[in-house]
Design a protein around this ligand. Structure first.
Ligand code: BG6
Length: 296
């Protein structure tokens, strides 16, 4: 189950009988591959990604915790994405009726050094599950294990990079008419107009209190990604476009055309946990053949 990935980093590969698979690095508990039963890669990972600590892997599904972006004193997107997680050798079982699944549980607990930058004790359990239909489920359980009686507060995101045929042809449904904070305009609040989201320039927006289902329609690949989320009210939409792409050392100049980040997140209302309390945030991804034809 565990094997060596790029630069000798450990990774776990989950496979199901129909041929779909998921690959997760212990470094960052970072999903770097999700393939359907035809062996097609559904996630984007940059050809320039640096698989070397402390750099987070560019692509796949970075975990942003305990801070989204630079909305606080910690490094951008927090530290969970550049720590080494461990595998739980005896994870708790699934609820009844859901035995037909392949999964791995990864655990993160803070080191003494971590507690110097974020003085809280926690246990973070990430369950990565490959469902029978090739769906990818990520369930995070974060527990406050502080013994000093203190609560802690965090923000969170599954920073999923979807692989798309051509960003200019993509439509995102489920975010129309919502309020968002625009990271490119000092996080001012705006309201989205009534149409599906399309892309023609850099975008970096935090959509607030979204529906639990968001769809990415890729007409050229005849594929629709469906994101279902629970405990994660917000959704970030990010594409760096050409200029920003060129400024990133671990991202190819033209790769922005073939990726789109939709990030199930809890940002606007940070989560507070008292000692002993646990928070759960879940995202379920499926990729379904679509018969969608734009305007036809
Ligand atoms: C997005 C943020 O979630 O992540 C962007 O909204 C940011 O502002 C992007 O540029 C990438 O972040 P990083 O730290 O992985 O380069």
């Amino acid at each position: 189950q565990i094997c060596k990935g790029i630069n000798g980093l450990d990774k776990v590969v989950l496979r199901d009988v129909r041929g779909s698979s998921v690959e997760v690095y212990l470094y960052g508990a970072h999903v770097t591959s999700w393939k359907n039963e035809h062996g097609e890669e559904l996630l984007f990972v940059s050809s320039k990604a640096i698989f070397k600590p402390p750099k987070a892997i560019r692509g796949g599904i970075p975990i942003c915790f305990p801070q989204f972006s630079n909305l606080g004193p910690l490094e951008a997107h927090g530290f969970a994405r550049n720590r080494f997680w461990i595998i739980d050798p005896s994870p708790p079982p699934f609820p009844v009726n859901s035995s037909n699944k392949t999964y791995v549980d990864l655990l993160l607990k803070p080191t003494e050094d971590d507690m110097k930058i974020w003085p809280h004790s926690f246990e973070f359990r990430l369950r990565v599950t490959l469902g029978p239909a090739g769906d990818l489920m990520l369930t995070s359980r974060i527990r406050n294990t502080n013994s000093d009686g203190k609560p802690f507060t965090f923000t969170f995101a599954y920073h999923t990079y979807f692989s798309v045929s051509d960003i200019s042809e993509i439509r995102v449904e489920g975010l129309e008419t919502l309020d968002y904070l625009d990271n490119l305009q000092s996080r001012q609040r705006f309201t989205e107009q009534g149409d599906a989201i399309t892309f023609e320039s850099e975008v970096d927006k935090i959509y607030l209190s979204t529906p639990t289902k968001i769809a990415i329609l890729d007409h050229e690949k005849k594929r629709t990604f469906v994101i279902r989320k629970d405990g994660l009210p917000d959704a970030v939409v990010w594409n760096p476009w050409d200029k920003k792409a060129k400024s990133m050392a671990d991202f190819g100049d033209d790769e922005y055309k073939h990726m789109l980040c939709i990030e199930a997140a809890a940002i606007e209302k940070p989560i507070t946990l008292k000692p002993g309390e646990e928070w759960r945030g879940r995202q379920e991804l499926s990729a379904v053949p679509s018969s969608y034809c734009s305007g036809q």
